[in-house]
Structures are given as structure tokens and as C-alpha cells.
Design a binder for this molecule. Sequence first.
Ligand code: HEC
Length: 126
Amino acid sequence: MLSIKKVIMSAMPKVGLFVLVASFATAISADNSQQQVQLAQLTDGFDAEATYMMSCFACHSTGAAGAPKVGPGNAEAWAPRVEKGMDAVVANAINGLNTMPPKGLCFTCTDEDLAALVQYMVSSSQ
Ligand code: HEC
């Protein structure tokens, strides 16, 4: 005769496996919906804020290596740069400037994407 304990013990690995499979399935569907969101953003146009967070934030939020800081209250960091014209500022973002790496390390960004990023950085630093 099987004791209750033995039944529970023999059922445990199956329950564990079920939980594992169930959480794996949840993880996969969460991943899918994230991809769908990203695709939606791509088809709706370039997401400057998300790309800024991925590629530029590391240096431009802290001012690392002398990067002009982005965010409210940093207008004076950008004023002298914008003075030479937005085209020149965008060109520097595309080609790099001193320790600012070309394309800000966003190698999938087009020139238009970088122009949108620079616009985003300047306008969110007022
Ligand atoms: C590795 C650090 C680093 C990363 C990553 C980075 N930057 Fe910079 N960035 C700098 C530094 C440093 C400067 C200041 C360069 C100087 O004036 O000598 C700068 C300057 C700039 C300027 C001002 C150019 C000008 O004409 O004065 C723009 C615009 C800019 N970055 C855009 C971006 C964008 C857009 C990204 C992301 C796609 C990015 N940066 C990512 C370090 C970085």
C-alpha cells in the first residue's frame, strides 16, 4: 500500500515540471508581446526616446567624458552647440566629435534617426 507521503513525493517532480513549463510559456508570450510593441514602434516611426535610453543615455545623462547633459535645466550645456546651427550639431552626432563616438554608437540609426535624437536631446534639455 502506498503511503500518502509516497504519493505526494512521486507527484512532486511532475508538479514542478508543470510549473516550469507553465512559467516558460508565460515568459515566451511576454517576450512575444514585447516584440510586437517594438514592431509597432518601428512601423509607427522612429522612437527617439527609447533609442536615446539605449544608445546615448549612458554618457549624456551623467555628462561622462564631457558629454553635454540631457534633461531639464541643461539648456546652457546645449546653447553654444545649437548656436552653430542644428545641421552642424547633427553632423557631429553622425561623424563623432572628440570623445563623442560616431553615431553615438547607434549603428542601426540612419542620419534621419540621429537628427531626431539630437532634436529630442535639445528639446528635453530646456
Ligand atoms: C561614449 C559616450 C557617448 C555616447 C554613447 C554618446 N555621446 Fe554624444 N557626446 C559625448 C561627448 C563626450 C560629447 C562632447 C564632445 C565634445 O564637445 O568634445 C558629445 C556630444 C554630443 C553632441 C553635441 C555635438 C555638438 O555639435 O556639439 C550631440 C548632438 C550628441 N553627442 C549626440 C549623441 C547621440 C544622439 C547619442 C546616441 C545615439 C550620443 N551622443 C551618444 C559622448 C557620448
